[in-house]
Write a protein that binds this ligand. Structure first.
Ligand code: ADP
Ligand code: MG
Length: 272
């Protein structure tokens, strides 16, 4: 197992990203750089926490990994392939299956007019081409995997709790057997006890499937609970980067220390 655990699945090197901030009166674009030379790697089967205050660039890095926005310079390598070398708009379907995302607000990310079963079923049909009984069985198993009672498949998102909605979104993300999941504030909208349950679920899925996560959060308590390694972002740069123990016990930077001091004394590890 150790040979696998040491394996790097995602490597981000010297990543720089800017957004167009409008144009001058001459029509020349103005840019705002929001990520400045960020480097980190994610090991297979591990969770890398990307933490920092709102606007620090966390989602931007996630979007670059998902190839939703272009990068200015630097590289992103997934399983040895430099994905930043691929032309814009040409993302291999194998990559789109291998890397999935779960967002903060499941009510927005789920189709309000689609039954939970169909939301997951659509992803299974799209990615795996299954139909009929095979499709139904696969969907039912995904419900089991994320701890959703199968009969909830008959409900629309509005008829589910926030935690159940997020489980539907996780089941949909798992439909194509991804190897890396970007969780962008995936538990931030949930109340504390539901948050603990979904974190427990993510941890169990990681153990069962050897999944890797990039776990984006502004909440250091949650990050400490779930992540193996962590990078603390401020204005698009890391102030601290390393194992959760080293960053939380011996932060190098004043900014990290201030963030840590702001965490309410939190309740320790949650059950899986
Ligand atoms: N599409 C965009 N166009 C221009 N600026 C953006 C865009 N998306 C994000 N930004 C800016 O980039 C910075 C980082 O945003 P983001 O990555 O969403 O931060 P975080 O996820 O850490 O809250 C912010 O200053 C934000 O205003
Ligand atoms: Mg964000």
């Amino acid at each position: 197992m150790s040979a696998v655990a040491d394996d790097v699945i995602l490597r981000v090197e010297d990543l720089t990203i800017r957004y167009e901030k409008g144009r001058s009166i001459w029509g020349t674009p103005r840019y705002g750089q929001v990520v400045h030379g960020v480097s980190f790697s994610v090991k297979r089967g591990e969770t890398f926490g990307l933490v920092g205050e709102s606007g620090s660039g966390k989602s931007t890095i996630g979007k670059a990994v998902l190839r939703q926005i272009p990068v200015l310079s630097g590289s992103i390598t997934f399983e040895g392939q430099t994905i930043t070398d691929w032309p814009e708009g040409k993302t291999p379907v194998t990559y789109r299956r291998a890397v999935q995302v779960v967002f903060q607000n499941p009510r927005l990310s789920l189709n309000a007019r689609m039954l939970a079963r169909d939301t997951v079923g659509e992803a299974v049909r799209f990615h795996l081409g299954l139909q009929g009984r095979e499709l139904d069985e696969r969907v039912a198993r995904l419900f089991d995997d994320v701890g959703l009672p199968r009969h909830l498949g008959d409900r629309y998102p509005d008829e589910l709790s926030g935690g159940q909605q997020q489980r539907v979104a996780i089941a949909r993300a798992l439909a194509c057997d991804p190897r890396l999941v970007i969780c962008d504030e995936a538990v931030s909208a949930l109340d504390v006890s539901t948050q603990a349950q979904v974190i427990g679920l993510l941890r169990r899925l990681q153990e069962e499937r050897g999944l890797s996560y990039v776990f984006i959060s502004h909440d250091l308590g949650v990050v400490r609970n779930l992540c193996h390694h962590v990078g603390v972002l401020q204005h698009g740069r890391f102030t601290d980067l390393g194992s959760v123990e080293s960053v939380f016990e011996r932060p190098r930077d004043d900014y990290t220390r201030a963030l840590l001091d702001a965490i309410p004394k939190f309740p320790g590890k949650v059950a899986a």
